[in-house]
Every structure is written in C-alpha cells, then in structure tokens.
Design a protein. Structure first.
Length: 546
C-alpha cells in the first residue's frame, strides 16, 4: 500500500484551509460541532433508556475510544517502520496520525441507530418480513438495493451521515478528508457478506475457504457507492486481485473500540451490581498469565475499596490491550496491507484475556433482566416507528403522505432530493412527456384536445431544452468540485444553476423513487436518540399528546 495515498488530506469536495489548523485538525472541528455527534449522548451503548448517569452512552464510549486511538497514533509516530513507510519524521507525523486516529475513533459509531446494535437487528428482520409479505413498494427494489435493508448496519449508515446527512445546501455532509473516511470504513463492502456467501456455498455442498474481515458486514449503501468508489480510488485500497481492502488504520480504530467496550462493559456491569469483585477474581483464577495474576492481586488488595479496585483493574487491562494490539499491528502490517490478516488485533492473544472479558458481557450483562426488558421496549418503539412511516409514506391517500412528510426532518428530505437532483428532474420530464404522448394517442381525431396537447408538448420541448442547458452548466461545475476548489464566481454560478433547475421543475419528495423514500424513513429513525424515539412513538401512537 502507498502510505502517501493512505494519508490523503484531500476531500471529495475540494476545499482550502482558512486557519492555522491542518486538514486533519480541521476534520476534528467539523466532527465535534456536528449535530449527529451531539445526538450520541442519548444513544444506547449497553443499557437502553437508562437514567443512570454513571452508565455509558454512545458519546461517552466514543470519547474513550478516541482516547485510546490517540495513544495508538502516538505510538505510530515513534515507529521507525511507519516513519519509513510514510517518509516522514516523528515530528511531521505528530500532527497527522494521532489526530487522524482520534477523528476516526470519535466517529466510529456516528451512524448507530437508537437502542444499540439491537436496533440493526430490528431493521434487518423487519425488511426481510416485508419482502416475504411482498410489500408492493419494497418488492420493486433491485436485489442490490434490498441488501441495504436486509443487512442494515450502523457503519454503512455512518458513512451516509458523514458524507451527506449534515445538509448544508450541498450533498457532501461533513466533507471530511479521504484518509479519515477511508479509515472509518470498517467494512468496505457492498456485496454479499460472509454469512451469505457461506450459505450459498453450503447449498452447493461447498464451504467458504476464507472469511475476509472486510466482508463481515454490509458497510456501504447503494446511495453512497459513488463516494465510496472515490474514496477507494484516492487511497488506493484495491489490491492486484481487484479486492477492496481495509485501510490499515481501521484495524487500530477497531482495536480501540473493542478495548473500550469490553473494559467499560465490565465496569458498567459492576456498577449495576450484576457481579462483584470476587466474581472478577474467580474469572481470572485459572489463567496463569502475568496480566491475570496482576488482576487477582488488585482484587486481593485489602487496603482498597471495591470502586478503587474496579478502576485499577480497568486501567491495567486497557494498558495490556493497547500494547497487545499495537504489537500485533506492527508485526502483521505486511499481511494487513496485502489483505491477508483477518483477525481483530486484540483477539490474537495467547493469554486469552479478551475472551474472559467477553464472557462478562455474554454471561452476566446481556442476559440481565434490565437489558432484556429495555431492549423489548426498544423493539416495540422501533417497529412501531417503521410501521407508521412506511404505512403513511406509501399510502395511496396523499393526506397520509403529507402528514408523515411534515414530521420528517426537512434536511433529510432535502438531502435525498439534492443527491438525486438531475436524475429526479429527468424523470419528471420523462413522465410529462409520456403523459402528453398517451393523450395524443387517446384523442386522435379530436382536434381541440390534440391542439391543446400539441401546445403542451411544444412548451415541454422548450422546458427540456432549457433544462439541458442548465444541466450541463450544473454538472460541469458540480463535478469540477471533485478536482479543484471553486472560486467565488463559480460557486455563485453553481448555486444559481441549481436554483433555476429547482424553479423550472420543482422536484419534490413525491417525485423520489421508492428506494429513496425507504432510505429517508431510516435516515430519520436512525438519527433519533433513544428518548426522542420513545417520545415520538408515544405521540404518533396516541399514548401521549405532548
């Protein structure tokens, strides 16, 4: 891999620096001021809808992941191997790698739906059921489009949030650097995921020889494929076999995430009294590694109280995992770059410490009555929201459509219109043309109707001609943004051409295709906080009025 390209500080929409910060430092500012990041303060990490301020939300978790990622960045700066690969000194790397990893760790969960990963399961199961029931609008989607809903994933939604959904009069979202977006792509894949490939092969009596880590989940929606291809091309993430690979720094982001959640889940479980210090001690007693013995020693410390012990255990474990993950990264970097490393850095551990911590979650936390009760509430809310918006948006009665549309964030609708602007307008003109042609066929011999329709056709031809001129002007400038920073005059011209196109054809929500409408529904619901989703569901279902 070419590390100069992997660390590209260019953006999809080219822009220039306006202050003392470099491009990656500018990314951090864009991220930290984004509404999507703020909403993570009330999104589930482990315990949905909790009122306990001591328990982690997605935002506090992301802050902790960011801290660990920054540490990895500092280690990279000091690495002679990385200095050699990048051709940069430790000092030069200091303003690139730590901030880049900090950024990507901060946003790693930005696309997560309310109610945690259970929300993803709810969406996937819901649309699989919709397909079985042959929903008239969903059934029309292509197999590629349906995959976005059958394998719905917060990582793919996050790419949409970052590249489009912070709508500021253009379809570029936060417009982060290519390096940040590429490092974010935990699953740079929009084909079948490993479990699907495995099932297809099993049906033929074969088996999947290698489960490539980047195909573990569905990481790119149909709507973001064009931007995804730009990211892959700019950072040169395709190998000689035409396989799209993970960005190497993605492995460290994944490690930071895993370290934070297994260690902090343990602490949250302790704080919720799901287990005590003796349970932790017993979990490590049969492991004779140094780190396990260190944990047992902390547990046996009679001069410290339980709260101090749990914090000291967490500190010891994070330090252990950071060292383990980073050493695995450096020693397997060649395999990572070749796409031959299909493990998580923290799970390649002879001491099997990660497995012990995973068991805390599996055996004690996720089986707790509180989590199952609250996740059941989350299921009712999420399914209720999907039922309502799909029923209303695809209703034959326009009054229902209007009511649902008025509740959805206008910026989400504006994004969907703008990202499809030219195609949308061409479809509007095509339908107008078809309507006139049908009329001309129907009223053959009726001179009055024919004359009126011919006048309409003449006006339409003039509109088409005007649109073609505006389309060329718009497209030339729109795609020029991918190559250079537009000057003030060009920006004004682009905005004016878009305004004229919208005035000429007035593209609306109703003109969008079914895929875009389903996408809007999920954009709206997935962006909700847990509490907002609950309140919104209670209002639309008549359980509360304010």
């Amino acid at each position: 891999m070419n590390w100069k390209k992997l660390l590209s500080n260019e953006r999809i929409k080219r822009s220039s620096l306006t202050d003392i910060r470099n491009e990656f430092e500018s990314d951090f500012g864009r991220i930290i001021f984004s509404p999507a990041l703020r909403r993570m303060h009330d999104k589930t990490q482990v315990f949905p809808l909790t009122t306990d301020d001591n328990i982690h939300s997605r935002l506090t978790h992301s802050n902790e992941v960011m801290s660990i990622g920054y540490t990895f960045g500092l280690k990279l700066c000091k690495s002679q191997l990385i200095q050699h690969k990048t051709g940069k000194s430790e000092l030069e790397l200091f303003r690139i790698l730590p901030i880049l990893l900090q950024n990507v760790c901060f946003i790693h969960d930005i696309g997560n739906a309310p109610f945690g990963h259970f929300g993803e399961t709810i969406v996937s199961d819901y649309f699989k059921k919709l397909e079985k029931e042959k929903h008239p609008n969903f059934s029309k989607l292509t197999p590629r489009q349906k995959r976005d809903f059958f394998n719905y994933d917060g990582n793919a939604q996050g790419l949409r949030v970052l590249t489009k959904l912070q709508y500021l009069d253009n379809p570029f979202g936060l417009n982060l650097t290519y390096a940040t977006l590429a490092s974010y792509l935990k699953y740079p894949n929009h084909e079948e995921i490993n479990t699907e490939k495995e099932k297809l092969l099993q049906d033929e009596g074969e088996f999947l020889k290698e489960k490539n880590i980047e195909c573990s989940k569905h990481g790119v929606f149909y709507s973001e494929e064009k931007y995804f291809n730009l990211i892959v091309k700019e950072c040169e993430l395709i190998n000689d076999d035409e396989r799209i690979l993970r960005h190497p720094l993605c492995y460290l982001m994944e490690a930071a995430d895993s370290i934070a959640y297994v260690c902090m889940d343990m602490e949250d479980g302790f704080n919720k009294s799901l287990f005590d210090i003796n349970y932790i001690k017993d979990s490590f007693k049969d492991n004779f590694s140094k780190i396990a013995q260190d944990i047992i020693e902390i547990c046996n410390d009679e001069l410290s109280d339980s709260n101090t012990k749990i914090v000291n255990i967490r500190i010891k474990l994070i330090a252990y995992f950071v060292e383990l993950a980073y050493n695995n990264f450096e020693s397997h970097l060649e395999k990572i770059e070749n796409g031959n490393y299909n493990l998580e850095l923290v799970k390649q551990d002879n001491n099997k410490i990660y497995k012990i911590l995973e068991d805390f979650s599996v055996k004690k936390i996720f089986t707790s009555r509180e989590i199952n009760y609250l996740e059941s509430t989350g299921y009712s809310v999420f399914k209720g929201l999907l039922d309502f918006y799909i029923d209303f948006i695809f209703n034959n009665n326009k009054k229902y459509v209007q009511r649902a549309k008025s509740l959805i964030s206008q910026s989400i609708i504006s994004t969907a219109i703008e990202e499809n602007l030219i195609d949308l307008c061409e479809q509007i003109l095509k339908k107008e043309k078809e309507k006139i042609n049908k009329g001309l066929e129907k009223f053959i011999g009726n001179s009055e109707h024919i004359e009126n329709l011919q006048q309409q056709n003449s006006m339409l031809e003039q509109k088409i001609l005007e649109f073609e001129i505006l389309k060329k002007e718009y497209n030339d400038l729109f795609f020029e943004q991918f190559k250079k920073v537009l000057n003030k005059e060009e920006i004004t011209k682009l905005k004016l051409s878009k305004k004229k196109i919208c005035k000429l054809l007035d593209p609306k929500f109703e003109n969008l295709d079914d895929y875009s409408k389903f996408r809007i529904i999920l954009d709206f619901i997935s962006g909700m906080t847990d509490q907002y989703a609950l309140n919104h569901y209670q209002k639309i279902s008549g359980q509360r009025i304010n």
